[in-house]
Ligand binder design. Structure first.
Ligand SMILES: [Zn+2]
Length: 390
């Protein structure tokens, strides 16, 4: 038997399924690629206005370059200074402007499709309705914050400090990234460096004066081999140069080349050492008369497992089981903002969002039948945390 507070939450969320799906459709049909600020800001408007209409106090954290953040706050019976609960999610997607028009939100056999439907507009909708449920029912002891950020897909360059500040001192953070296709949540993630770099060489005619040239492409190729050699299956470090461009014509020694590197590392890796090795490989003169430099650097913090995060997972699993589904915590190489919240010591659980898959592709999908139960599982976990601090 559920307590009446639990039963009320379960029923409230169950009764709002149609509204959830309607909000999801609206959110998916607004393009919000990380580099398209106007679009991300429109998604921010959508959620801010929705919260506002539901009587929830909100604040806007304006950003110059990337999308604004929206923060909603539901008061509890205790003060913010005694600890709060954070519901977290990002509004940006990896898809460029025009994607939503080309393939708008649609459903088929209970599955929703569209850009960002799982990663992570369904999660934002879920968080929104959890917040509304508590705002209506008032059963939370700690205050609840619900945060919407605008640049997670590019490693949160603008929002990271705000996210860390908002997470500081929280009793629990639920990051509503999509639940794994198995329904599992994520209890650990690798950190990542995203590095753009370029190499300059000396141009020359490839036939007439080959000896006068210094090939930026050859220098880049040697650097790529050295960078890929940083991959170490034992420690879990991986290196991948995912794109490269260079040269002007087939018969010119290339005076320029550039590439993009993705490095992943577990929480216990020596990040500083790894970083200095990468800088060394990129900047060292691989070939005479060539020189390399880093042009853009972004990093995701790893989400390492902690006792308090394991505790939170166990509480969530118990609540999910009571609702009729089994959930395990998975470790993944994918990075997310949960690394930021874990880094400030907040007990964190990731991928609490509705279940979906094929994210970052045009086959991305979300299972509509998981919107309500996933919302209920987070809500009951939050209520359980409430009862412990009462
Ligand atoms: Zn995401």
């Amino acid at each position: 038997m559920y307590s009446s507070a639990k039963a009320d939450l379960i029923a409230w969320l169950h009764d709002h399924e149609i509204e959830m799906v309607r909000l999801l459709e609206q959110a998916v049909n607004i393009d919000s690629g990380s580099h398209y600020k106007a679009g991300v800001d429109r998604v921010a408007d959508l959620f801010q206005e929705h919260l506002h209409a539901a009587g929830i106090r909100t604040a806007r954290c304006r950003q110059g370059k990337h999308g604004d953040c929206v923060l909603g706050e539901i008061p509890g019976q205790r003060q913010m200074s005694d600890g709060h609960v954070l519901l977290l999610g990002h509004m940006d997607t990896v898809f460029p402007e025009g994607t939503a028009r080309a393939r708008p939100y649609r459903t088929e056999d209970g599955i929703a499709y569209g850009p960002g439907v799982a990663d992570m507009k369904a999660g934002l909708v879920m968080n929104t309705f959890i917040a509304r449920a508590f705002a209506d029912l008032g059963s939370n002891t700690p205050p609840i914050r619900v945060l919407y950020t605008g640049d997670e897909e590019i490693a949160s360059p603008s929002s990271r400090n705000f996210t860390m500040d908002t997470a500081r001192g929280s009793l629990a953070v639920f990051n509503a990234e999509p639940g794994r296709p198995t329904g599992n949540v994520v209890s650990g993630r690798k950190g990542a460096f995203f590095i753009d770099f370029e190499v300059d060489g000396v141009a020359a005619h490839a036939g007439v004066n080959h000896d006068k040239g210094a090939s930026a492409i050859e220098a880049l190729a040697r650097k790529i081999i050295a960078l890929h050699a940083l991959t170490d299956r034992q420690t879990g470090i991986t290196a991948n140069v995912g794109t490269l461009h260079g040269g002007m014509s087939v018969n010119t020694v290339a005076d320029h080349a550039m590439a993009q590197l993705d490095i992943r590392f577990p929480a216990d890796a020596d990040r500083d050492h790894l970083h200095s090795r990468i800088v060394e490989i990129i900047e060292n003169e691989t070939l005479p008369c060539t020189c390399g430099r880093i042009t853009h650097f972004a990093n995701f913090l790893p989400f390492g497992t902690s006792v308090s995060s394991q505790d939170l997972l166990a509480t969530y699993q118990t609540q999910a089981r009571a609702l009729g589904f089994e959930v395990q915590g998975e470790y993944t190489g994918g990075s997310a903002d949960s690394g930021l919240t874990a880094s400030v010591g907040a007990p964190t659980l990731c991928a609490t969002g509705p279940v979906g898959g094929e994210v970052h592709t045009d086959r991305e999908y979300c299972r509509i039948d998981t919107l309500v139960p996933r919302a209920q599982a987070v809500a009951l976990t939050l209520l359980e945390i409430s009862s412990r601090v009462r």
